[in-house]
Design a protein around this ligand. Sequence first.
Ligand SMILES: CC(C)(COP(=O)(O)OP(=O)(O)OC[C@H]1O[C@@H](n2cnc3c(N)ncnc32)[C@H](O)[C@@H]1OP(=O)(O)O)[C@@H](O)C(=O)NCCC(=O)NCCS
Length: 333
Amino acid sequence: MKRSRILGVGAAVPSRTVTNDDLSRRMDTSDEWIQQRTGIRERRYVEVDTGATELGARAAEAALAEAKLDITDIDLIVFATLSPDIDWPASAGLLAARLGAPQVRAFDVRNQCSGFLYGLACADALLRTGVARRALLVGGEIHSTGLDLTTRGREVSVIFGDGAGAVVLGPSDDPERGLLSTHLHAEGKYAEKLWLESAGSRKKPHISVEDLEGEDPAVFPRMNGKFVFKHAVTRFPEVIREALAANHLEVADLDVLIPHQANLRINQFVAAGLELDESKVVNNIDRYGNTTAASIPLALREAIDDGRVRPGALVCLAAFGAGFTWASALFRW
Ligand SMILES: CC(C)(COP(=O)(O)OP(=O)(O)OC[C@H]1O[C@@H](n2cnc3c(N)ncnc32)[C@H](O)[C@@H]1OP(=O)(O)O)[C@@H](O)C(=O)NCCC(=O)NCCS
């Protein structure tokens, strides 16, 4: 079985920048509060009527161009998103149609901030077992259309932004290089600590006037920020060490860590705990906020461009988020 490797990486963000000062004109918050607690300076919001598929398609086209492949070369599409264009069918099918793919295997991964890494593990398994030959994995999110942009929703809303990232995966001819391993975890008992309750099938009808207009509308994401923070700073180091140990490697061997971008303070905490030099940790949350399933491929694109991710580098991707779910992946680039 050949290892999978990344043949191309693409990123796409909306052109509209929303600063912390822009938000503070809509709700009771401040640039100082947001920067101090999260490290975020600005994020991108789409204009109306742009779904996650549209941004995802732009990232996918860039990834395909770098891989020098056409959509007809792809026989598997995995779309990681918590903000699908529509409830069902899967956005992966819409993305395939938007990209002009012929009949192709296509499915969504609904796993929030670790969705990209869960999708990577699925694509890798299907590639290594010969089910597929070339995979397109996309993480794409439109948060801005689903946030409570009033003071009531400020704890959650200031964190999130829109964006998409994509990778093309194929077999590695060098047995030493490519994806070394993936590590996936979930603990559903904490689902209510960070979730979007409505619309959902356990209610009849799936959405009610109360969900939309009640005092604490269930159509907006809810989060226990401190609880999430505490678990994130525990699970990140655990799952990073797990990936290294599985490959008989140590933190000192790591060249680059690309963590999910949830909060700069979380990533600084994790780097300090691992005694990892901060120059090895890729952060771009200051410019994009938390883009959930898109954050890792967006940061990966930047780390390739700035030369930190280079041939031969040991690169760890890691994520923690709603579910709770968390995951890591280790590459010899
Ligand atoms: C959300 C988060 C930034 C809050 O930081 P914190 O250090 O817990 O918050 P603090 O205790 O310093 O401040 C809370 C106070 O700020 C207020 N506050 C919340 N959001 C605010 C905002 N956007 N602007 C100004 N004040 C805000 C709260 O109402 C609260 O006020 P109170 O003390 O009068 O009740 C932090 O908990 C966090 O980042 N958690 C992880 C979130 C995350 O990563 N989510 C995604 C996971 S993938």
